[in-house]
Design a protein around this ligand. Sequence first.
Ligand code: TUI
Length: 302
Amino acid sequence: MKDICSLLGIKYPIIQGGMAWIADANLAAAVSEAGGLGLIAAGNAPGEYVREQIKKAKSMTKKPFGVNVMLLSPFADDVMKVVVEEKVAVVTTGAGNPGKYMASLKEAGIKVIPVVPSVALAKRMEKEGADAVIAEGTESGGHIGELTTMVLIPQVADAVEIPLIAAGGIADARGVRAAVALGACGVQVGTRFLCSEECTVHENYKQSVLNAKDRDAVVTGRTTGHPVRGLKNKLTRGFDKLEAEGASVEEIEAFGAGALRRAAVEGDVVNGAVMAGQSAGLVKEIKPCKDIIEELASGLED
Ligand code: TUI
């Protein structure tokens, strides 16, 4: 089995998903302290915000942690400069192809792990020098691809040699066992860590995830080409209505502007975007990151 733990210097092959407005230094440091790999999500934030969070995480843990760079962000170039200057251990990327940043990241000794939704992109990332890939199934929260984890992971496992991390729909030891059976050597978990004690997201957001049932994490924005999964509420119904009326991409995107911050920071889970994966239906209680990691890691034992 390819070893992501020795590559990254971590105890468990468990990566915390980069969740914009949610995964800050507190969550990243808690996950890394517990033996996983914590990530600070850059989301749409400017480089200086990310620098502050990196400095804060460095003050909270001596263990390696990473930054997740959202490539659709207008600040992606700026954030990449900051991660190189701060020499973070790992960069994961989402929502695009990180090819143009690969050389400068690798030169700085940073491990690069792109999140990919397809076999083609996984192969391309391997060729361009990625250290590992995270293949993310459509069960995930936030910006999603088309394929399920069940079909994506074994196809990527057959296509690349670099270590493969599975993401999408994994929230407990059963999911970890399944991911390993499908050919992954580790997992990335987002929604489960959102309901950790250390996560600073608004309490209302955590309660919405705890209350979610199997069919509550729905997809909006398919017509924009950037589908997003989140919990059903007044906002998602508004998106559905706009899309059914044939609204333009601009109108739909304007309707969604600021919606994640509204839910994650202000706690408005009615009018805000409560991004979460299908695994929300599996999350039943708020626990410390250490307990979440130990339960997930028990799936690696047999
Ligand atoms: O990036 C994510 N999940 C995210 S990003 C995000 S912030 C956001 N907010 C509002 C609208 C859109 C985004 C919330 N959740 N997951 C990783 C991921 N990456 N899933 C799918 C992809 C992906 C898609 C296309 C990766 C590469 C890609 O490549 C296209 C290309 O350029 O070849």
